[in-house]
Design a protein around this ligand. Sequence first.
Ligand code: SF4
Length: 827
Amino acid sequence: MADDIGLDNTARTACILCECNCGIQIKLDGRRFDRIRGDEQHPASKGYTCEKALRLDHYQNNRDRITAPLRRRADGTFEEVDWSTAIGEIAARLAKVRETYGGDKIFFYGGGGQGNHLGGMYGAALQAAVGAKYYSNAIAQEKTGEIWVDGKLYGGHTKGDFANSEVVVFVGKNPWQSHSFPRARPTLKQIASDPARSMIVLDPRRSETAAMADVHLQVRPGTDAWCLAALLAILLRDDLIDRDFIAAHTSGSAEVLAELREVPISEYAQRCGVPEDLIESAAHRIGSAASVTTYEDLGTQQGPHSTLVSYLNKLIWILTGNFGEPGTMFLHSSLIPLTGPPPPHGPQHAPNNLPAKAKTLLAGAFAATAAPVGKLVCALAGIRTTAAATNRMAKAVLDRSATRVAALAPVIGPGGSGDRTLVTGAPIIAGLVPCNSITEEILTDHPDRLRAMWIDATNPAHSLADSERWRRAMRALDLSVVVDVALTETGRLADFVLPASSQFEKWEASFFNFEFPHNVFQLRAPVLDPLPGTLSEPEIYARVIRALGVVDPKTIDTLSAAAHGGRNSFTVAFFAAIAADPAITMLAPYLLYETLGPTLPDGARPAAGLWAAAHLCALHNPQGVRRAGFTGPGFEPGEKLFEAILTRRSGLTFTVDEWTDVWNYVSRTDRRFTIAVPELLEKLGGIIDDPGVWTTEEFPLVLSAGERRSFTANTIIRDPAWRRRDAGGAMRISPTDAESYGLADGDSARLVTERGAADVLVEVSPMMQAGHISLPNGLGTHHRAADGTQVQTGVAPNELTSVDRRDWLAGTPWHKNVPARVEPARH
Ligand code: SF4
């Protein structure tokens, strides 16, 4: 445990239940979280939390923790083994799969959970150590369609200045419950109470946010694309677009406007079930506003035409010129990208000038450290020579190393785009295999099928479509390893389960740094000592890589010696090492953990990988980093940034941008948005022939499987007692449907889909429209009761979903549009 717990036994850390990662202070009573409150010093949340953070003791102290590695016996039961047995056997079996079938048949999934990302860096090193190529995480069942569109339009990630926007548009998004931007609820209240501002919500449900909105476009489930197409066509018809902005900042507008002119507005209004005059009033409010922001989320991203919807959503703010000004949309800096780069857009993709910058910096650093570094380089290469020859050789190696700096970016954050999977040829977007494709890459007799899977801090057998199919896929593998704090639904299927320390027992970081102009990062020190028997993910990965024996111990020894000589000599020696042996570039996080890591204060070894991230950030965005206070020549800004990351417990601002900087993040040499995306313009033209109906006589209702509610998060809190309300996770149904099915609040019913059936509790809710029902996310997990028995609370939504229902382009699942029917309860 870091020694910075306050005198009143209070520690500063972060809530880990959603991507906002609000700063919190925890008052400890032994290992119990006695009190939790917001941390006013956190630079983004500034003391704000929602009610969920206050219940985090249910995550930390629960009966589901595992404290020894588990190995599956031949009879299917588990036995506890010691760490060295587990690591040795896992390494040997990974090596066997690699030698027999190739490392690319070893699949990695996860490396996440909210705020649990530091292990992912070291997981990337293990992937390199075994030659793995294919990877995915939960982003590939949510955001890859949007990421693909982002890549086509401008090559970056956008967000909105919601706090200062005159008009805010939420598409399939309920920030009252799912947040996604700092201080979401106060911001929503401010917008709702200000007569000069407006909120427009497109959602089939009368969600908490929709109930606060000025305009609620209550579409029929799944018809968002028709509604947005009509809205855009009205903007064009009524000349509410910003022609000057379009002419100055976009290319391809003629094709886009021509396609929008063809949209039959009245017909599309009818198709989506929203009165035409309501769509018209939304368009006029957007078109006349001084500033507009939009936000789309899972409500639409897990439904039909989701990638097209992303495109149409972004066209709203692009065609109305709402970018790069206060209160509008922006592209932003990042410390570490959580996905790889979006797909480049041909010759307009901006060249990466990192090697040139790195070369300049390395040359300066070399002048100061030539002699010791020369010796190090020769030691690495095992060469005895004269001092002059040593220096020449070191300089040549350093020159080469500049190009390796750029290569580090996808190592520190996952990377790779544009590839396809081996069995089904599914498109890989931002380095991520579509989640619905994973089991298809296993449950086949194709010779290139996946043979092993490593799953880190995530529960795909519960959270991805078709749980039954996942169970079969896991048992079809030669090897499966799960790293988690508890024996999850996925862990129960694995060959090995490795117990991880909780998020409050290890160094961790919150990587969703999407803010502007002040972007924020928080490295969190442990609040408690690790539960005996558990290890952090970085240590687990390091042990497996050591056991695989893929790195020459001499390299470790030499870099360790350089680290003990100070960061300057380490900087140069590190880049010299990866230049001398480019094959070890992909193992960079592991090298940092083993060499720089032990020199870091307070046992912050897992933060070693952030050293490279800090330097890459300073190289990428020197002005932004300097404005944040990290100044000096050469590598000094990166070093100062790294020091601040290590020491500022409430987090820090790592870049300060100016509004004019947003154009620098447009990954095009001409800095223009390329708004004509042929695949999506064709799709837009084609939806006229799409009936937009996915229900059938057999399944007449649309089930939204996984609604975010007041006491749902992801599945990391397994104890149902954490929920103050809706403990069992009821199925919401409209009053109209309830009456026709003869159901009342608290009744039981049978919910049936093409993939499964479940007994549900009924909540009659005016939030739902006729024909639309919903189940909460995160329920249906197993929990150890006080008497030691296992109990399951609520319905696991993915027992009811299918891998076949997915977006045609990104492969994202249609969890929010599952045809279903309701039957009387079984007695
Ligand atoms: S759940 Fe999200 S919004 Fe609520 S306190 Fe935690 S991080 Fe903040």
